[in-house]
Design a protein around this ligand. Structure first.
Ligand code: ARG
Length: 460
């Protein structure tokens, strides 16, 4: 294919090199941003008297026609083109002749590509934020529907203290609210227009960069033309925020996988989000959750790839930077895909309250509460802690649990024990009494749900 830049060359590009150099398979998805950016550029050129009004009108009308044709499918994107910018400009010139050749005045593909990526990604950020908010709302519902389910809370994956299942689920919802905030922060820094920076040094034409920035909904312009075309920190920042989203989804997936194992049986995943085995008839595997966990690695890879691609580049533009899109688009696509399956999977989870409760009953999960009981009766905490530990040891040797020890035996260990101890160390009491803000008590959980509902309302 002939090149818009072919003037100084006496030979065509080697066909493998041409293919290698081409990015259209990756960047064609930015056709809309490329066209809208060009329209704003043409309008600015005319307003500044750099090109004639009629030329700008013809360019804008034809760019609009090209956009319609791409969207209707009547203009297939030619993968032999070098990139989407070349494709659109070539098509424009094919259609309107010399007028089209004026579009690239006071512009370079270097600022053009930078503007396209920013416009494309800021839209993607909004979409991803909406998907995360949907998940937060599903988690708030799940917590509300299972408000009274008690399960063991873990540290070191050892049973630690009883908690409400809803409390555990809401921990993830809180993490996700911060993910939405991180994406918002990334958008704010991304939303500056590089358009008009040209190749690297600005231009001799009397352009108005603020005009194009405003027309394209940017919050302002990049202040330094070299920075505008050189950095891809906004990609790094976005993939980094997306890596954190994936890290959260991955931990959650890990727990869902554990919880639906035969060993835990705390939940059952809906058949529509599990798969069978080709050989073992009894199997119901949590493939979807496993894949979300697995895909986390690829998003981290996108982050590492982009950071590494950038680390040695001298200013300003280098072709290495064409690689930015493959990574950042992969990260965006992966996160969207994961959220699209993760949310309905969580929404359809069956919670097996009895099994959770049974697991919480064993394992001396109320040993802290037994110590707290004595402390509140005036026994110093360290002494109470020791007595509670000794009682646990005795229970283990004798195959029993704290709540089944006879009062007479308890009183032999310390006279402060009374009949009320049994109520104090019941799982319900252990949970209900953790009334500190953000704790696992039903009151606190209700407050958390309320907070999330207001957050969802406020961030619409
Ligand atoms: N396809 C290129 C990219 O994505 C566009 C910019 C090309 N600029 C250049 N000076 N060759 O980076």
């Amino acid at each position: 294919m002939s090149k818009l830049w072919e003037g100084r060359f006496s030979k065509a590009l080697d066909s493998h090199a041409d293919d290698f150099n081409s990015s259209i398979r990756i960047d064609s998805r930015m056709y809309k941003q490329d066209i809208t950016g060009s329209m704003a550029h043409a309008a600015m050129l005319a307003a500044q008297g750099i090109i004639a009004e009629q030329d700008a009108d013809a360019i804008i009308a034809e760019l609009d026609a090209i956009l319609q044709d791409i969207e209707s499918g009547s203009l297939p994107i030619d993968t032999a083109a070098e990139d989407i910018h070349m494709f659109v400009e070539t098509e424009l010139t094919k259609r309107i002749g010399d007028g089209g050749k004026k579009l690239h005045t006071a512009r370079s593909r270097n600022d053009q590509v930078a503007v396209d990526i920013r416009m494309y990604l800021r839209e993607q950020i909004t979409e991803i934020q909406q998907k995360i908010k949907k998940l937060v709302s599903v988690l708030a519902d799940l917590a509300q529907q299972n408000a009274d389910a008690i399960m063991p809370g873990y540290t070191h994956l050892q049973r630690a203290q009883p908690i409400l299942f809803s409390h555990h689920i809401l921990a993830y919802a809180m993490m996700l609210t911060r993910d939405v905030g991180r994406l918002e922060d990334a958008r704010i820094r991304m939303n500056r227009s590089p358009l008009g920076a040209c190749a690297l040094a600005g231009t001799t034409y009397p352009t108005d960069r603020h005009k194009t920035a405003k027309a394209l909904d940017f919050d302002g312009i990049c202040q330094n033309s070299i920075d505008a075309v050189s950095d891809r920190d906004f990609c790094v920042e976005l993939i980094s925020a997306l890596s954190i989203v994936m890290m959260h989804l991955s931990r959650f997936s890990e727990e869902l996988i554990l919880w639906c194992s035969w060993e835990f049986q705390f939940i059952e995943l809906d058949d529509s989000f599990t798969t069978g085995s080709s050989i073992m008839p009894q199997k119901k595997n949590a493939d979807i959750a496993e894949l979300v966990r697995g895909k986390t690695g690829r998003v981290y890879g996108d982050l590492m790839g982009t950071l590494t691609m950038l680390k040695g580049l001298p200013l300003a533009y280098n072709k290495d930077m064409q690689e930015d899109k493959e990574s950042v688009f992969d990260a965006v696509d992966t996160v969207k895909m994961c959220l699209d399956v993760f949310t309905p999977m969580v929404q359809t989870v069956k919670v097996k309250k009895e099994n959770m409760y049974r697991a919480a009953q064993k394992g001396f999960i109320n040993a802290t509460d037994l110590a707290d009981y004595l402390t509140k009766k005036g026994v110093p905490f360290r002494t109470a802690y020791k007595i509670s530990g000794q009682l646990v040891g005795w229970c283990i040797q004798n195959g029993t649990v704290l709540e089944e020890l006879p009062l007479s035996y308890l009183q032999q260990q310390h006279p402060a024990f009374g009949e009320d101890v049994y109520n104090e160390i019941s799982l319900e009491t252990c949970v209900a009494k953790r009334i500190s803000d953000g704790g696992t008590s039903p009151h606190s959980v209700a407050a958390q749900i309320q907070f999330l509902r207001e957050w969802l309302e406020g961030s619409k």
